[in-house]
Design a protein around this ligand. Sequence first.
Ligand SMILES: [Zn+2]
Ligand SMILES: [Zn+2]
Length: 318
Amino acid sequence: MAGYAAPKSWKNGMIEVGPKIFAYVQASRVDPDGDTGISNAGLIVGKDGVVAVDALMVPSMTKKLVAAIKKVTRRPVAQLINTHHHLDHTGGNTFFDTATIISTEKARDALAPGFPPVPLLQRFMPRFAAEFPKLRVVLPTVTFQDRMVIHDGDRRIELWHPGTPAHTIGDSVVYLPKEKILFAGDLAFHYVTPLAFQGHVGHWITALDRLLEFDADVIVPGHGAIGTKKEVTFVRDYLTLVRREAKTRFDAGMSAEDAARDIKIGAFATWSDTERILPNVMRCYQEFRNEMDAPMDLPRMLSGMEALRGRPSDHTCL
Ligand SMILES: [Zn+2]
Ligand SMILES: [Zn+2]
């Protein structure tokens, strides 16, 4: 299990991972305060256009991203891809007013009702509490079902949806086949515990198996360090372990909370946000009960995660 241990630190900021292809990484290490809301983005500067991948969450983050983009190119972003509907990837859409925003049809549908209520966000991510009331939803205007290709000169930017829910109902990845670079969105969390509170753990494992078939040398995750297929294998192994161990305890009649405490995760404990094991187990339990359409009980999830962390959130906004 030791191979799964998180490194002490990794590169952050705007990092060139291919010719004029950049990963924008916010965190530089496993953060003891957790990673929730601290996502990555991407930028592809082409002959004809500039394409961004994800928009981060709150204005203080996206303003820095936009400034970093302006250091790389003077041209406006023509297309912004939202890899899924989550707030930490779409909250900054308002800052890309020159761009056509693209997502899967399902991600757009999931974003359309709006962001979760501000008090819930403030409880889940207290560090950013002051900025949540400022957020405004901007929906994608171009959607696709399973695949889409953006052509820019001889560069292909391929968008791919795994065909089932995985991390969310409408995930997509952005793949550059010639350059062998993959922006995996939140299908990949590198050294950050994956979070499946709106996902399907079983299908997510299958989607990762399919991602591992992509011919990619560089993989930019939605959260954590830039990596390779090695880190994607780690995500799959974590989810496989949690699902297998959850099943044993589900069959034995153990509650999700007790199972989350009882499961031994070995070196995965060096990743940030280990308390996410609770929502992951809760979703596995919903999967085993065939109740995937039921929404997650978020207050129960948050209380359980706070108990696992051993302390309540810094602010009690609910
Ligand atoms: Zn995310
Ligand atoms: Zn997400």
